[in-house]
Design a protein around this ligand. Structure first.
Ligand SMILES: CC(C)(COP(=O)(O)OP(=O)(O)OC[C@H]1O[C@@H](n2cnc3c(N)ncnc32)[C@H](O)[C@@H]1OP(=O)(O)O)[C@@H](O)C(=O)NCCC(=O)NCCS
Length: 416
């Protein structure tokens, strides 16, 4: 019989063996590597927000995953969001629905615990879209010459050390609370910032606070010789205009030593910041007069697991000031018990679930696209244009669009 249960130290060796084969890139090869990974699992399992769960059949572990309790800023609300990572299946048991069973367990587990939304980083977006996860904001990668950043004062800039961890967490926490999509981060990840060799942190300290910080590391440049180096900006968090300006000025002054700064950002306006927004190499997009400015990727995906719970959590959120009754029909082939129809009454933007009643507008869509819509990652108008959503009255597309419109798409800096 197949069961899914929390793993404990008696499972670590089997789990490490599965992970080693599922993620050869992690390079768990020698006994010392296995021991190191085991210790990492123990450290994660000891964190109250993280647990390892596996599928066991006839006493044998077939696969495992890590579950994370995150706190997410969902528009203006702070909600529990379930995260899954490290999904791994024994090479000998692939294509036997082990992953399917684990993801269904993950979704039900968080629904039982009162979460309305879940998140994951897909190894393949189409694999998880089929399971009802919708795309989030794309990640842009910019390769920037330091001289293309603004110059300025650096009066409050200082290197940070492990003793600044709490103040840095506080800065992140304040930023996360104000930023749609941002999530909490397990404590062991914060410790890792200062423990990882080669990683450095520069902060902006003012009035007894850290109001911005930059986590970075050096990496060899494409020329490969020892004087050709790049800076990889791993994280940039700022609370004020002045704090950002000083951190950028700090990076600007590295121009004599560094050819290129690499930024991974979900800031869609980032090119406005740069003196010259063109990416290295002066590349043009074929056949159009557009200069390549960055490359982009699809990553974090979202899945709503409780429609009524979602609107309860967002009871204080303003859904675009709209007033009408919306019948929402969701398709969910992966978890059919989560599919259904609901009528939500919006009054001056405030949502309230109504007992089945008449409605003004009806929409139908898949849970994956609904999840992206709720997050503000896609507009309703485009979902309709792509035939990924339907509406009872085409003249009302704008009204539904306004419900879910967000000024900024969701941002997430938590990796898991
Ligand atoms: C990727 C990996 C986890 C897949 O594991 P797996 O156990 O072989 O996958 P499953 O057999 O459960 O396949 C998923 C099943 O869910 C089913 N499924 C997906 N959406 C469905 C839906 N809406 N309704 C019904 N079934 C659905 C699929 O049909 C699929 O079954 P099929 O292949 O028979 O069609 C595994 O290959 C692995 O460990 N890879 C290496 C590590 C890795 O990349 N992990 C992912 C990290 S995010």
């Amino acid at each position: 019989m197949r069961i899914i249960r929390e793993l404990n130290e008696t499972d670590w060796d089997a789990f490490v063996a599965i992970v080693a084969n599922a993620y050869p890139g992690i390079k768990i090869i020698t006994a010392a590597d296995r021991q190191r990974y085991r210790q990492r699992l123990e450290m994660m399992a000891a964190d109250p927000t993280t647990r390892m769960v596996g599928v066991v059949e006839n006493g044998r572990l077939l696969g495992g995953m890590r579950l994370f309790d995150f706190t997410m800023t969902l528009h203006t609300a702070s909600v529990l969001a379930g995260g899954v990572g490290g999904v791994a299946v024994d090479l000998a048991y692939k294509k036997q629905k082990v992953a399917r069973d684990m993801i269904q367990f993950f979704l039900r587990h968080y629904r039982e615990r009162g979460a309305a939304i879940t998140v994951l980083y897909p190894f393949r977006p189409d694999f998880y879209r089929k399971m009802g996860f919708g795309y989030g904001t794309k990640m842009s990668q910019y390769r920037v010459k330091p001289v293309n950043l603004p110059k300025g004062a650096r009066t409050h800039i200082a290197f940070l050390s492990a003793s600044d961890k709490k103040a840095m967490q506080a800065c992140y926490g304040r930023f996360a609370q104000k930023t749609h999509g941002m999530m909490s981060r397990p404590d062991f990840d914060w410790d890792a910032v200062f423990a990882e060799p080669g990683v450095q942190v520069v902060g902006y300290k003012r009035d007894g606070q850290i109001q911005a910080y930059l986590i970075f590391s050096f990496q060899p440049g494409p020329a490969g010789h020892f004087l050709n180096n790049e800076i990889l900006v791993r994280e940039l968090v700022y609370e004020t205009q002045g704090a950002l300006a000083e951190l950028l000025a700090f990076l600007h002054t590295q121009a004599d030593q560094i050819d290129c700064l690499i930024f991974n950002t979900q800031d869609e306006d980032f090119h406005f910041l740069l003196h010259d927004p063109r990416q290295d190499g002066n590349l043009m997009l074929p056949r159009v007069l557009y200069h390549q400015s960055n490359t982009q990727g699809v990553g974090l995906m979202y899945r709503v697991i409780d429609v009524p719970g979602l609107f309860v959590a967002l009871a204080d959120h303003d859904f675009g000031g709209q007033t009408f009754r919306l019948k929402l029909t969701l398709q969910d082939t992966f978890l059919p018990e989560y599919a259904g129809s609901w009528v939500i009454g919006f009054e001056n933007g405030r949502a309230r679930l109504l007992t089945p009643t008449e409605h003004d507008i009806a929409i139908t869509l898949n849970v994956a696209e609904f999840s992206s819509l709720v997050m503000g990652s896609v507009s309703f108008r485009q979902l309709v244009a792509y035939s990924l959503a339907s509406i009872s009255d085409a003249a009302q597309v704008t009204a539904v669009d306004r419900l879910f419109h967000t000024v900024y798409k969701p941002v997430c800096m938590t990796t898991f």
